[in-house]
Design a protein. Structure first.
Length: 237
């Protein structure tokens, strides 16, 4: 019988990362511990492009282990539920305001003044060319109001009413307040997310950073906690 001990189980090799700096040069390989030091030195963090030994370049927030390194009390990721409730509050107010305006503007149209006596008559009214034309106008007005509402608050930068109630706000990839330009860009990009049954919003469920399509397009995040750091180049981004 062999009394010798079995060879020790080898430890799994530690993952190594490469990052792409602002000068577009690549730096690495570095370990997770070294990356933690780089985050503290402000050499890497949210918004940085990263790759592992095997794989393509990806944004920092797509790696859960890296996202944990860059999360602080000032930069905690907002939950999907809090974002959903905040958006529901904002859109409810927006829809109510636009609907009241439409009643005032369209109240004189004959199509709305004629009483409906049957379900078939109601269907015929909805299928009429006049109603179809008004529906297009209302969609365009809603999208315009959406841009004005969100662009005004995000471009100040301020919180929308829904986000203020839920204690969340929008920041850039580095956790700083949005510039006016980026705030309005995000508002415009969010209209793209509204198309095709709001698919641009729902994709937030399927990525670690909970970022919607418009967040990816303009490099923003929704966070909770303390106010973000002020952006030094407030008008230059």
């Amino acid at each position: 019988m062999n009394d010798s001990l079995p060879p020790p189980i080898p430890k799994p090799s530690e993952s190594h990362y490469w990052i792409r700096g602002e000068d577009r040069d690549e730096y690495g390989p570095v370990t997770l511990k070294e990356l933690k030091d780089w985050v503290a030195e402000d050499r890497a963090g949210n918004g940085t492009w990263v790759r592992k030994e095997v794989g393509d370049w990806s944004i920092w927030e797509s790696y859960p282990e890296l996202l944990e390194l860059s999360s602080t009390e000032e930069f905690l990721q907002a939950t999907f539920i809090s974002r959903f409730i905040a958006f529901f509050i904002d859109y409810l107010l927006l829809t109510l305001a636009v609907s009241i305006a439409m009643i005032v503007v369209w109240g004189d149209f004959d199509i709305f003044q004629q009483p409906v006596t049957s379900f078939d008559e109601m269907l015929q009214r909805f299928q009429s060319p006049v109603y179809a034309e008004l529906s297009i106008y209302m969609k365009l007005i809603m999208e315009g109001a959406h841009i004005l509402y969100f662009g005004w608050f995000l471009g100040r930068p301020l919180q929308t009413l829904g986000k203020k109630i839920m204690g969340i706000r929008v920041v850039d990839a580095e956790g700083r307040a949005l510039t006016r330009r980026r705030g309005w860009m995000r508002a415009v990009a969010s209209v793209i997310s509204l198309q095709f049954f709001w698919v641009g919003y729902w994709i937030a469920i399927f990525n670690p950073g909970l970022r919607s399509l418009h967040d990816w397009l303009v490099q923003t995040r929704v966070v909770k906690g303390l106010p973000p750091k002020e952006k030094e180049e407030n008008e230059t981004d």
